[in-house]
Each structure stands twice: as C-alpha cells, then as structure tokens.
Design a protein. Structure first.
Length: 194
C-alpha cells in the first residue's frame, strides 16, 4: 500500500459539489448497484404494478356471489342473535350471517352482506345465551380473600347455556340444507324444538 488513505466524497467550500473519491466514478452508479437494481428493484416494481391492476379494493377473487337473506324462527318465533353458517357440500367454501332483532339475516362471504356462491349447502344455526351472572360463592379476584390456587382447573365463570336446540348447531346433525341460485335468494328456516 502506498500510504494514501482513500478519501470519502468531500464538498468544496461553498460550491455544494461532491468531488469524486475514486477517479472516474463521479455521477455513475457502481456495477454492483446496477446489478442490485436489476435483480431486486425491477421485480419489486413489477410485482407492485401487477397486484394493483384490476383490483376493486377488496377481495374480489373467486367465483361471483349473489345476495342471500332470510328469517330464522324457532317454534314460530324469530330467533335473535343466532349465527348461521352455510357450508358448500363439496367443502370448497362457506358463508355466514347473524340474525337481527326480527330474526332476519344476510349472508357474508367476502364483504359484509355480499351473499354466497351459487351451490348446494349444509346449514348450521347456533345461538348462545348470555353467561349467567356470577353467584355469591365466587370470590372476585380483587378481593383480599381471593386465592388463585384454590379450584385449579375449574372454570371461574359458568359457561353460557343455550335454550336453542343443539342439534341445529352442527351441519352434520342439523338436517338443514339450502340451494343458492345465481340470483337474489331468500331462504327462511322455521325450526322446531324437540
């Protein structure tokens, strides 16, 4: 080595111009930088442009969906807050909804209330009531009498119970089926407690 130390780019006083540290390289990208741009930068730009093209902004991929709505009743009364799930018989997809105060539902597949893919479905409907209130025997955690080591493995709150027939909560035991057409479809369920 000749004892010269490579100089980093320096500015001339007041000129704002960066002088080249290595003769012949000012204003040019190194070959390593050019390779990086070609190998990494160009594919990234192509990917960004391709993913942005043809998108309507939210999950439009897949077969078309058609609006599906209906009412769920149990013994002639509307069921409020029930979850309804439509599973395609071939297992390739599902749609879901929840009943409102009048027992009405709309199915969702990709976006809220967009509907379902046409086909034959197995249907399940379930509803969980509110969890019962904590009884007097349960000691709150902030109480000085609370002992976290008592009752290990026992739930501190009772699980919610449902007055809704459990058979309807599984598409294998519900006996409920539906066919969604390539048009707006209304599918009502009038269930009976057994």
């Amino acid at each position: 080595m000749s004892g010269k130390v490579a100089a980093w780019p320096r500015r001339c006083r007041g000129s704002g111009v960066i002088h080249e540290a290595i003769p012949g390289t000012a204003g040019r990208a190194s070959s390593r930088t050019q390779q990086w741009l070609v190998l990494v930068g160009v594919p990234c730009l192509v990917a960004v442009f391709l993913t942005g093209c043809g998108s309507d902004g939210g999950g439009s991929s897949g077969p078309p969906v058609y609006p599906v709505k209906g009412v769920v009743k149990l013994n002639g009364q509307p069921v409020v807050g029930a979850d309804i799930v439509f599973n395609l018989k071939d297992g390739s997809g599902s749609s879901f909804g929840r009943t409102d105060g009048s027992g009405s539902y709309q199915l969702t597949t990709r976006r809220s209330n967009d509907g379902a893919v046409p086909g034959d479905y197995l249907v399940s409907i379930s509803k969980a009531d509110e969890a019962p209130a904590i009884d007097e025997a349960t000691i709150p955690q902030d109480s000085p009498n609370y002992n976290p080591f008592v009752g290990k493995g026992v739930a501190t709150r009772p699980k919610p119970k449902s007055g809704f027939p459990a058979q309807y909560g599984d598409s294998k035991t519900s006996g409920l089926t539906a066919r969604v057409l390539e048009e707006k479809t209304t599918i009502d369920f009038d269930l009976n407690a057994k």
